[in-house]
Write a protein that binds this ligand. Structure first.
Ligand SMILES: Nc1ncnc2c1ncn2[C@@H]1O[C@H](COP(=O)(O)OP(=O)(O)OP(=O)(O)O)[C@@H](O)[C@H]1O
Length: 353
């Protein structure tokens, strides 16, 4: 059942139309990512759910009730901001206790709840420290605890991992995912990092220029992008205008352009592949990027530069080398629709339908 619903939401900042007919709903207990480029309207949506902004038209519905006229503090929401926003001159304990004390909760209950939350965020023993005495990851976990103190039904997170270094960010993502599953709290987080959204979210709402482009599970968005924007934005897609120059794509399948992702492409040293030898085309290696467990190979083919991924265990390929390039599939864009096209030399079981 939908727990949070947005119906035909519009929001202007003076003449600027920041949210355009926004419609989506979120089921109870789900973790949803608002994903889109900078300025696409993600934070504005989050702030309207939180009651920090009012829509010009449309309805924000929480648990079946229209909440447009209900103040944010009465919507049962916890909010985690990008930059922790902890009170610098308060201890960890006092930071987590803050909201409860504002609501005049008896001190014995405050103590009980803060201790429960310290355990949840794995920060027992740190309650007397000040924010400056904590790591970035610990500060952000304290910010989660503070947002959860009053038992909200919805947790909103605005770029919660943005200020944290890469390794800790990965740990925090996993931790957040587990915590939200455990608490069964409906959560919405804003990010512009697609890896983060794909890895953590049950559902992703893709925003672009104030509109929602698509709503779906990470797999759905990845496999079936509904719009050219999503096809380009998700995955490291490269746009190719002259895709009909590539062999083995149906020339009748006309469109304006195509998108190719690295995982759609295999690059082989000459003679390395028997399977694709007859239907590969020649390309020239123009860049190699070491990605840790793999190597990204950029090849020039029909005037385009496209990427492929090779294992570090494969034979080394050198800059300038002529290689065999096999494109398994691509997304063709026609009249604003996205069509998946398989390489016609593939046998049926190799095709993606
Ligand atoms: N209070 C405001 N007054 C005027 N314009 C605003 C205001 N808040 C947001 N905007 C504008 O609305 C647009 C959407 O902003 P929003 O912060 O929702 O985008 P975003 O997708 O969250 O971007 P980012 O990832 O950069 O935070 C931007 O062009 C922004 O400049």
């Amino acid at each position: 059942m939908a727990y949070v619903e947005l119906h035909d939401i519009n929001k202007h900042f003076k003449k600027f139309h920041a949210s355009k007919n926004i419609n989506f709903s979120i089921e109870k207990g789900k973790l949803v990512a608002l994903l889109g480029p900078s300025g696409s309207g993600k934070t504005t949506i989050l702030r309207m759910i939180a009651g920090l902004e009012n829509p010009d038209s449309g309805e924000v519905i929480i648990d079946g009730k229209v909440v447009n006229n209900i103040p944010g503090s009465e919507r049962g929401i916890g909010f985690v901001f990008q930059n922790y926003a902890l009170f610098r001159y308060m201890t960890v304990f006092d930071n987590i206790a803050f909201g409860l004390r504002v609501k005049k909760t008896p001190e014995s209950k405050v103590k009980e709840r803060v201790n429960e939350l310290l355990e949840l965020i794995n920060c027992q023993g740190l309650e007397k420290r000040y924010p400056s005495q904590l790591s970035g990851g610990q500060q952000q976990r304290v910010a989660f605890a503070r947002a959860l103190a009053h038992n909200p039904q919805i947790l909103l997170l605005d770029e919660p991992f943005a200020a944290i270094d890469a390794k800790v960010r990965l740990e925090l993502r996993t931790w957040l995912r587990q915590m939200i599953t455990r608490l069964n709290i409906t959560s919405i987080f804003v990010t512009h990092d697609q890896d983060e959204a794909i890895e953590v979210a049950d559902e992703i709402v893709v925003t672009n220029k104030g509109r929602v482009e698509q709503v779906g599970s990470p797999q759905e968005l990845y496999k079936n992008p509904a719009t050219p924007f999503v096809a380009e934005f998700i995955g490291n897609s490269v746009a190719v205008e002259n895709y009909q120059d590539f062999r083995y794509f149906d020339r009748k399948q006309e469109g304006e352009k195509a998108y190719i992702r690295p995982e759609f492409v295999s690059v082989f040293k000459k003679g390395e592949s028997i399977q694709y030898a007859n239907s590969a085309e020649e390309g020239t290696v123009c860049d190699k990027i070491f990605r840790g467990s793999s190597i990204e190979i950029k090849v020039k083919i029909h005037g385009n530069i496209i990427s492929a991924i090779r294992s570090i265990n494969d034979a080394e390929i050198n800059l300038g080398e002529k290689v065999d390039v096999f494109i398994h599939r691509l997304y063709i864009v026609k009249d604003n629709e996205v069509i998946l096209a398989n390489n016609s030399s593939l046998v049926e079981e190799e095709m993606v339908i």
